[in-house]
Design a protein around this ligand. Structure first.
Ligand code: SF4
Length: 339
């Protein structure tokens, strides 16, 4: 069997530079080496944002539009919507029966998330079981590889444990134990120096206009010790300098020297970055024109992709049910009469 890659994202709407550098850039490259399935994890979004469910539809389309714009290619890869492939939910249910609660309570990703949200315990049953749903997303395609950032590695580890436990319990190698493909992410923060995020509104969006990029760039935090132009700066501690690296500024060496010597002022440095950023965003979204504003095309591609994904998921579920001896004979003979 050809080795499959699965990766998914919660639909948070328009993508930003952090999403590109942390995931999408890698996804684009992987398409030429593997059979890739990229999933819109809309049910996952409900684990913590169930009160904002009305925003999902718009967010799904905006996110997929950006995926397509950067070069996620529906001819090479499957782009699917989790809720259009109900086998994700059924496998999640079966996995939830064999997953010890302790594995979920010990999950370091959940602990970090709770700390960030200022909570003592999971928002709900679905939130605690998030890694089980993620395991179902990956294993329903029997994926061998999962591209993730370092913070998501524990989730892939739980997926491996669930696969191992299932295969052991039912004495059949139904599921592979998927491996993480670690994405190297350059150090880049939001314009206010905190982690780049939509909720903090400190991001550079992939579809931001030239004016918006300029405005955001000029408001970026810099080295706090460089107040006047002729104060010597510390570029390696400055987020603006990290951005210059990301956009491959050809004069990086000179810029560093001039900052340190107090020859370059922060405003001029940011003006230069804003020009380079606009070019960079254009370069990394080669298909922007093709998909921008074409909602119905994006919707169609998502539905088509989900149709391609479903038979793989159905085959896996059948294998799992057979291994568990719950693919009942009378159902297979067509006597179920309840569907
Ligand atoms: S000149 Fe540029 S790199 Fe140096 S501190 Fe200012 S913004 Fe940062």
């Amino acid at each position: 069997m050809e080795k499959r890659v699965f990766s998914g994202m919660r639909p948070t709407g328009k993508m930003h530079l952090g999403h590109y550098l942390g995931a999408l850039k890698n996804w684009v490259a992987l398409q030429d080496q593997y059979h890739c399935i990229f999933g819109v994890a809309d049910w996952h979004a409900l684990t913590t944002s169930f009160e904002q469910s009305h925003l999902l539809e718009r967010n799904i389309i905006d996110m997929v539009m950006d995926w397509l714009s950067v070069g996620i290619d529906p001819e090479k890869s499957i782009i699917m919507l989790q809720s259009l492939v109900p086998e994700h939910a059924v496998l999640h249910l079966l996995f939830s029966m064999i997953t010890p609660v302790g594995w979920l309570e010990r999950n370091p990703v959940l602990k970090q998330q709770l700390q960030d949200m200022g909570l003592k315990e999971a928002v709900g049953y679905g939130h605690l079981g998030y890694p089980v749903l993620m395991a179902a997303d990956i294993l329903v395609y029997r994926a061998s590889w999962v591209p993730v950032g370092e913070d998501q590695v524990p989730h892939v580890e739980i997926t491996r444990e669930i696969a191992r436990r299932f295969n052991f319990l039912y004495q059949e190698e139904v599921f592979p134990e998927p491996q993480s493909i670690l994405t190297e992410v350059p150090r880049i923060l939001g314009i206010d120096g905190r982690k780049m995020s939509k909720s903090l509104n400190n991001y550079i969006g992939l579809s931001d206009s030239k004016e918006v990029v300029r405005k955001k760039t000029l408001s970026m935090f810099t080295d706090p010790e460089k107040i006047r132009k002729n104060d010597p700066g510390h570029p390696e501690q400055c987020n603006v300098f990290s951005f210059h690296k990301v956009v491959n500024n050809p004069s990086l060496v000179e810029l560093k020297r001039d900052c340190e010597k107090g020859v370059l002022g922060c405003v001029a440095c940011k003006e230069e970055l804003s020009r380079l950023l606009v070019d960079f965003l254009e370069e990394i979204t080669p298909f922007r024109e093709k998909y921008q504003g074409k909602e119905s095309l994006v919707e169609e591609l998502l539905v088509e992709g989900s149709k391609k994904a479903r038979p793989i998921a159905q085959e896996t579920l059948e294998k799992a049910q057979k291994a568990m001896k719950i693919a009942y004979q009378f159902v297979r003979e067509g006597k179920e009469g309840v569907r």
